[in-house]
Ligand binder design. Structure first.
Ligand code: ADE
Ligand code: ZN
Length: 339
C-alpha cells in the first residue's frame, strides 16, 4: 500500500457508465449511442470527446454533481489517495442547463462529504475548452476570477490540442494567474513537442497536462528539468488513445531519469479502463518503480499541488508518517535509471 495523490482527473470524465446510466434513467435519456454492455464506446479522440460530452449532459443539478464528486473521491480514498485535484468545466455545466455557481457548490458539497467520511483532501481546477476557442476560454477564466471559491485553486485548459495556438489563450491565463490561481495546460498529448514548447513560452504554466511528447526534443526535456515544470502523466490514457503503442514505449521513465518532475494520474478513468491504483501498478510493472519510488511520485504531486502551505505540509507529514512504505528512501530517478 502506497499513499497516493492525483493532480489530473476530469470530474465529468470520472463518471462511471453505471452512474451515467442512473442519471439517464432519471432524465429519460437514451445512452445506447455511447454506452454498450456497461462500457463507454469510442474509437478515437474525437469520438471520445463526443461520448464524454453526451455523458456530461446527464449531470444537470447541484445534487448530481455532489453525487458524482462524492462517489469519485470515496473510490479514490479506497485506493489510498490522500489528495485529489479535479478538473472542472463550467462550459459543461452551462450546456447541461446548470449555473456555474450551483455547479461549483455541488462539487464542493461532494468534496466536503468525502472529506468528512475519509479525510481525503481535494481541490478544483477550473478549465476552459481549447476547441471552443479563445473567447470561450477567456469567459471561463473571467468567471472563476470574478467568483472565487476557496476550493477552486487552479485554472487549466483541456479539449482538442490540435486546434488554435497556445498564444491565443495567453490573456485568459493571465486573468486566472492574476486571480492567484495555479496554472496548468494540456499539451504534448495529441500534438508533438512544439505544442509543449509553445505552451511554456506563451502560457507560463507551473505544470503541463500530459506533456509526454516533450521527449521528442532533448533540449525541451532539459528545459523542463531545469525549470522543474511538472508533467501530469496519464499512462493508461495515453495507451488507450494510442499516443504510444504500449507501456514499454511510454516515456515516463526517460523523463524521470532526465530529472523532469512526473506524477501518475487517471485522466478520465472509466473511459480508459483505469483508476489511480492501476496507474501506480503500471508504474511498478513497466517503469521500474518500487514502493519507495511510488511514494516519491506522491511527494512530487503534493509539492506541486495547488494548495496553501499549511495543507501541503499536513499532507506531506501524512505521507512521511506512513510506516508501511519507507517514503523518502528511494531516489526515483536513480531507481528508474538502475532498473
Ligand atoms: N478532456 C478530457 N480528457 C481529455 C484529454 N485526455 N485530453 C484533452 N482534453 C480532455
Ligand atoms: Zn486530461
Amino acid at each position: 500500500m502506497v499513499l497516493k495523490a492525483e493532480l489530473h482527473c476530469h470530474v465529468e470524465g470520472a463518471a462511471s457508465p453505471a452512474l451515467v446510466a442512473r442519471k439517464a434513467a432519471k432524465y429519460g435519456a437514451d445512452v445506447s449511442a455511447f454506452i454498450v454492455d456497461g462500457r463507454f464506446v469510442w474509437h478515437d479522440f474525437t469520438s471520445f470527446l463526443r461520448a464524454y460530452d453526451q455523458a456530461s449532459a446527464l449531470f444537470r443539478t447541484q445534487e448530481d454533481y455532489a453525487d458524482l464528486t462524492e462517489d469519485y473521491l470515496l473510490a479514490l480514498s479506497a485506493q489510498d489517495a490522500i489528495y485529489s485535484e479535479v478538473f472542472i468545466s463550467t462550459d459543461h455545466a452551462i450546456s447541461a442547463g446548470l449555473s456555474p455557481r450551483a455547479y461549483i457548490e455541488g462539487l464542493a458539497e461532494g468534496m466536503r462529504r468525502a472529506k468528512a467520511a475519509t479525510g481525503i483532501e481535494s481541490r478544483m481546477i477550473a478549465t476552459g475548452l481549447r476547441h471552443k476557442g479563445p473567447d470561450a476560454v477567456m469567459e471561463a477564466a473571467r468567471y472563476i476570477a470574478e467568483n472565487p471559491h476557496p476550493l477552486v485553486t487552479g485554472f487549466g485548459m483541456a479539449g482538442d490540442e490540435r486546434m488554435h495556438h497556445p498564444r491565443d489563450f495567453a490573456r485568459a491565463f493571465d486573468v486566472a494567474r492574476d486571480a492567484g490561481l495555479g496554472i496548468t495546460v494540456h499539451a504534448g498529448e495529441l500534438s508533438g513537442w512544439e505544442s509543449v514548447a509553445n505552451a511554456l513560452d506563451t502560457i507560463r504554466p507551473s505544470r503541463i497536462g500530459h506533456g509526454v511528447r516533450a521527449i521528442e526534443n532533448p533540449d525541451l526535456v532539459r528545459r523542463l528539468a531545469e525549470e522543474q515544470i511538472l508533467l501530469e502523466c496519464c499512462p493508461g490514457s495515453n495507451i488507450s488513445l494510442q499516443v504510444y503503442a504500449d507501456f514499454p514505449s511510454h516515456p515516463f521513465p526517460a523523463l524521470a531519469r532526465a530529472g523532469v518532475p512526473v506524477t501518475l494520474n487517471s485522466d478520465d478513468p472509466p473511459y480508459f479502463h483505469t483508476d489511480l491504483a492501476r496507474e501506480y501498478d503500471i508504474a511498478a510493472a513497466f517503469f521500474g518503480c518500487d514502493d519507495g519510488a511510488l511514494a516519491e511520485i506522491t511527494r512530487t504531486a503534493l509539492k506541486a499541488a495547488y494548495v496553501d502551505e499549511t495543507t501541503r505540509n499536513t499532507l506531506i507529514e501524512r505521507l512521511d508518517a506512513d510506516k508501511t512504505v519507507r517514503a523518502g528512501d528511494a531516489d526515483f530517478a536513480g531507481s528508474v535509471a538502475s532498473s
